[in-house]
Design a protein around this ligand. Sequence first.
Ligand SMILES: [Zn+2]
Length: 300
Amino acid sequence: MKVTIDWLGVATFRLTLGETVVFLDAYMDRVPSAPPVGLSAMDVERADFILVGHSHFDHLAGADLIAKNTRARVIGSNETCRVLRDQDVPKEQLLRSQGGERHRLAPDVTVRVFPGLHSCTWCAGTVALDEDMSGHEGLTEDERAAVAGGLVEQITRAATVGDAARELREHIGNAVGSGDSGGALVYLIETPQGSILFQDTSGCWSGVLRDLRPDVAILAAAGRGNLDGEPFQGSLAQFIAQEALWLQAGTVIVCHHDNWLPPVTRDTTDVTPVREALARTAPKTKLLEMGYLEGMELLS
Ligand SMILES: [Zn+2]
């Protein structure tokens, strides 16, 4: 079975597993000022499955169009499926999952679903991969809500000032998605050639990752890491290296680090900090760098 992967910006990927086409997230149609990824959800002609990590628009938007145009089945949380039902995606195409499920994608390919965690958007917005972050441990939800500088605050500010504000407001207002993450999910795709883990936000339960052994781990690098429900103490690069160590992954692919929502985000695609952190913490793991729509072969 030939396995190929294309990165389509943020945490969206297209996998081909032999004859089967699987999208991981579906967000390709971004603000006009973001670098184009080379494909629009409207133009996707083939998809068998869409695996949605969580329900925010920068992951879910586009799944509605692809599902309706290709009849692809969608695996996602209750919130993801509720949003897609509201967009008139037929119920039969929606496979609601919470973690604990195993779905068949092809005769010899399955995907297992595990519970994940969303990154700590309440205490950090866009950050550099090597930015050292500390503190904010042990706070209640009320105390977290009072912390300044989070992603929502950054977006709200950007939507009110400057030339790009209207573009940003319109984009977010029109994008299909939810204000709730819906609960983040992690996917482990198992093929005869090996396995691929997909995690589309920088949060994890260490007890889940410690027992998985993917050949390839796709890991998000955005915001403040969320480790077992507490903000990670250290940089995003260190967070990814720690995850790679638990997973004992042969290869790591980083995502969500492109300039997907200017002027809120910036380009942090120089992954040197991740490479250095891996060399220190998980030296057996190699980093695979990827541009948009490059059609790379995996697991060969
Ligand atoms: Zn999110």
